[in-house]
Design a protein around this ligand. Structure first.
Ligand code: NOJ
Length: 558
């Protein structure tokens, strides 16, 4: 099978199905809701959808805990709905990328239900079991922590052993050392590719291989054990086999979620000759406004630019990058990266799009980003639904209850539920998301921020995204061009040049909510400069100028 590597010239839209569109009034988004919005996606111009998990699941972690990999979650619909959805996408020239969650299953998956019964059950080795430590074996086997807080081990009475769960205790980790587990994953991947899906986003894929002997991790304030299961060397043979035996037989794509990823590892996973993954999601740029990936830290543009440049240069001709500011695990990017935008919400959102998407890599939009949706005004900790908040609160209540107020402040800004409030379709009840009671409250700003209004307003963020997407698709300078940064140290301006076969794009973005002076760098020499993207409605020449608040421009230089 010839791999066309279509992902290098794609624009991908992430759907979090629970919050996208509800067709049957139960307050939960579903596949028929997605079907009803396919024309909208076509109009926006995206060429692929990454769909967060829609498989059968008890929903401890909203579908990232799968109990049947070959069927659809009851709340979301049926396999027939899925088939109609994928057919509708393909008819519109949109590909479908499914979420592949195979670091762990749900504890309600048949394999785990069997595995927990006895030590000699045929499914026992599908998971990772160990005897407890301490005098009477009542201490967890090692000090690894769940990514959500607390020990990563849960005691199982039936066999007097613990099982590993790097997420919630309802998400037991699969044992990839077992060839049967690897074969099961191959079969699942083949099943969906044969049904017509076009690729996979591989959930926490860098965690699948664990160190033999499960040694203690070095001390860390919250995330212990990483060095023994994140990017473990054995992972490469597992991914290579999956690629050779299954993926390479299809013209599909994979994007691996890589917490703790660095340039060197990203190259190992995505270099074409290694034949593992096609692309990865890295996190470094998302941690430029935190300490220890946890505690809020004032955003500084120079930090973000440094990370961007590192990956733009580092992966060039060696691997392939992904470009994103939002997803279902991150708070909304407004005002995260632009500060207090005041009356300039539209300009700020458009500027962020220019800054990010003129770089090299596969671009992703998360639902609602294209209309500038914002974080929710949470009033108390009880409002959050996310299991991560519940885990964190469990730990805080146990060890430092006096920190509750501070944790609420952090969660207001950081909680994943910020990105999971229902999609704002119009200014009617529940923002047009459902006729029932939405599973998570709708952001009260839906009267001003919604798709219907954005589509009517020629100057909206939505229309700017449409323009940007059309400009980017097929544009060889953006897909293949070199990257050169100017104004490297500036905390106000992000300025870079992309260059390919004698043609150049010059990108200038003001990250400040006020006017900022711009001096055209002396090395920028050209015969003609055409303004091809601009988030203000007047003409600009490429020269020394005062940039308006959040002004963003792209010039085509010849
Ligand atoms: C990463 C997913 O994006 C997140 O939502 C989930 O909680 C964890 N992996 C566990 O599957």
């Amino acid at each position: 099978m010839k791999r066309t590597r279509w992902y290098k010239d794609a624009f991908i839209y992430q759907i979090y199905p629970r919050s996208f569109c509800d067709s049957n009034g139960d307050g939960i988004g579903d596949l028929r809701g997605i079907i009803s919005k396919l024309d909208y996606l076509k109009e926006l111009g995206v060429t692929a959808v990454w769909l967060s998990p829609c498989y059968k699941s008890p929903n401890d972690d909203n579908g990232y805990d799968i109990s049947d990999y070959r069927d659809i979650m009851d709340e979301f619909g049926t396999l027939e709905d899925w088939e109609e959805m994928v057919e509708g996408m393909h008819k519109r020239g949109i590909k479908l990328i499914m979420d592949l969650v195979v670091n762990h299953t749900s504890d309600e998956h048949y394999w785990f239900q069997e595995a927990r019964k006895s030590k000699d059950n045929p499914y026992r080795d599908y998971y990772i079991w160990s005897k407890g430590k301490g005098k009477n074996g009542k201490k967890p086997p090692n000090n690894w922590t769940s990514r959500f807080g607390g020990s990563a081990w849960e005691y199982c009475e039936e066999t007097d052993e613990y099982y590993l769960h790097l997420f919630t205790k309802k998400q037991p980790d699969l044992n990839w050392k077992n060839p049967k587990v690897r074969q099961e994953v191959h079969d699942i991947v083949k099943y969906w590719l044969d049904k017509g899906c076009d690729g996979f986003r591989c959930d926490v894929i860098t965690y699948i291989a664990k160190e033999d002997g499960l040694p203690d991790g070095r001390w860390n304030i919250a995330l212990r054990g990483d060095e023994h299961f994140n990017n473990h060397p054995t992972i490469h043979s597992y991914l290579h086999a999956l690629n050779k035996e299954v993926l390479s037989n299809y013209d599909c794509m994979t994007v691996g979620e890589g917490p703790g990823m660095n340039v060197e590892n990203a190259i190992k996973y995505t270099s074409e000759e290694n034949e593992e993954l096609d692309t990865v999601f890295t996190f470094e740029h998302m941690n430029t406004d935190t300490y220890f990936q946890l505690i809020p830290r004032k955003f500084k543009l120079s930090r973000l630019k440094k990370v961007f440049a590192k990956y733009q240069h580092g992966l060039r001709n060696k691997g392939w990058n992904s470009l994103y500011f939002e997803n279902h695990d991150q708070p909304r990017c407004l005002p995260r990266f632009v500060g207090d935008y005041g009356p300039y919400r539209k300009q700020a959102a458009k500027m962020l799009a220019v800054a990010l998407y003129m770089q090299q890599g596969t671009p992703y939009i998360y639902q609602g980003q294209e209309i500038g949706m914002t974080n929710y005004p949470w009033k108390s900790l009880d409002e959050f639904q996310d299991v991560m908040v519940k885990y964190v609160m469990g730990v805080i209540n146990k060890i430092a209850p006096f920190l509750k107020g501070y944790v609420f402040k952090v969660m207001k800004w950081r909680a994943r539920d910020n990105a999971r409030t229902p999609m704002q379709w119009n200014d009617e009840e529940n923002a047009g998301f459902t006729t029932g009671k939405p599973w998570l409250p709708v952001n009260p700003n839906y009267k001003e921020i919604n798709v219907a209004d954005a589509m009517k307003d020629e100057d909206s963020i939505f229309h700017f995204y449409k323009k940007l997407i059309r400009f980017r698709l097929g544009n060889k300078i953006i897909i293949h061009g070199t990257f050169r940064q100017m104004y490297e140290k500036s905390n106000d301006i992000y300025c870079y040049e992309r260059s390919y076969e004698g043609q150049r794009l010059m990108v200038i973005c003001n990250f400040k909510n006020k006017e900022v002076g711009f001096k055209l760098p002396a090395e920028v020499v050209y015969d003609s400069a055409e303004l091809v993207l601009h988030n203000y409605d007047y003409d600009r020449k490429l020269e020394d100028m005062k940039l308006r608040p959040y002004e963003a421009m792209v010039f085509l230089l010849k």
